[in-house]
Write a protein that binds this ligand. Structure first.
Ligand code: SAM
Length: 331
């Protein structure tokens, strides 16, 4: 393992690798560059400070956000079958693991086939420490080797460190946060870190009625709006500035031409501020910061993505409403 990775031994069953990208200066440089670009944009990975991760968990429980409960219902029904199709594996890697709540279905099924199971959750958020500890209390036959860092660095570590057969999970339709070109590239990166016989389980949110999509990102309680606006709070905290979050407003809408939900922060007035000697960053009234895309997939889009990465779809499951599809892929 390269020296830039710091390994922390938490206890006999829990270790953490810090893959060195929670760096405040990287956040600062990326935010300044994003606010200087036209149109203004900030990567959705920056939503997930402690407060952002907490708000995301709250979004998952809103009645409008069907994504989590739908994927959970598919996992609940099919985890046994998925584990049996991967009975040679005791290594479960998860990209963007968050609270790992849905992952429990998979871990439970794998542990029934073999113990110990080594779980490698990967996330930029410190939420991983809490969720790792909770899993260890729940599952005696589990070892947790977490990686706090970005997907790409973490995948490099995974291919250097783990040589045994593995299944890689990428749930929550997080793949939809990449633009389609990068989603292809990303699948190629995952594919490069897998060997013949390894599996990849990916969740895809499907195209559906626009009203259902728009409601999911505009919940009545305003949790998604708070999640989006938390980015302004994070900028304030990390730069030590006081941008007035009331000068921004959440908006999210389905863009049918691009098959994606777009989330933006709209500037409610002309305003300007400086960040760490960045020079003046100015906004016109109604100018937006594009904060997230969530692509919605069709079967054809999923097939094309898999093919472009040299992966074949071995099995797939949908819920009864055809809202969500979980695909098991391999080389
Ligand atoms: C949409 S949430 C999904 C969480 C969980 N997988 C689920 O299905 O509910 C995305 C998760 O990925 C993490 N994340 C986002 N961008 C990341 C990146 N570039 N590298 C590593 N983790 C990332 C976030 O911290 C968050 O926990």
């Amino acid at each position: 393992m390269s020296a830039e990775y710091l390994k922390e031994h938490i206890n006999d069953r829990f270790s953490l690798v810090h893959a060195g990208n929670g760096d405040v200066s990287v956040f600062a440089d990326d935010v300044i560059a994003g606010l200087r670009s036209k149109p203004k944009q900030i990567s959705p990975k920056y939503f997930y400070d402690d407060k952002g991760s907490e708000l995301f968990e709250k979004i998952c429980t809103t009645p409008e956000y069907y994504v989590t409960r739908t994927e959970a219902s598919i996992l609940k029904e099919h985890s046994r079958e998925i584990a049996d199709a991967n009975s040679d594996k005791s290594l479960v890697v998860e990209l963007g693991s968050g609270s790992s709540i849905k992952t429990r279905y998979i871990l439970n099924a794998f542990i029934k086939n073999t113990t110990p199971v080594t779980y490698v959750p990967i996330d930029v958020s410190q939420i991983l420490v809490q969720s790792g500890n909770a899993l260890l209390r729940e599952f005696e036959g589990l070892l947790v080797n977490g990686i706090i860092g970005e997907y790409e660095h973490a995948l490099e570590i995974v291919s250097q460190v783990y040589k045994q057969p593995k299944i890689i999970l990428f749930l929550g339709s997080s793949i939809g946060n990449f633009d389609l070109k990068y989603a292809e590239e990303f699948l190629k990166k995952i594919s490069a870190c897998t060997n013949k016989g390894d599996s990849l389980l990916i969740g895809f949110d499907l195209v559906k009625d626009e009203n259902i999509l728009n409601a999911a990102y505009n919940d009545n309680e305003g949790v998604t709006a708070e999640f989006n606006l938390n980015l302004i709070r994070r900028i304030n905290n990390e730069f030590g500035v006081q941008i007035d979050e009331n000068n921004f407003e959440h908006t999210a809408f389905f863009n049918p031409q691009k098959s994606r939900i777009e989330m933006h922060l709209i500037s409610k007035c002309d305003q300007s501020f400086c960040l760490n000697g960045s020079g003046e960053i100015s906004f016109r009234k109604n100018e937006t910061i594009h904060t997230e895309n969530s692509y919605k997939f069709t079967g054809e889009m999923i097939k094309a993505l898999a093919e472009s990465a040299g992966l074949s779809i071995q099995n797939s499951w949908k819920d009864k409403n055809n809202y969500f599809e979980l695909c098991l892929m391999g080389k």
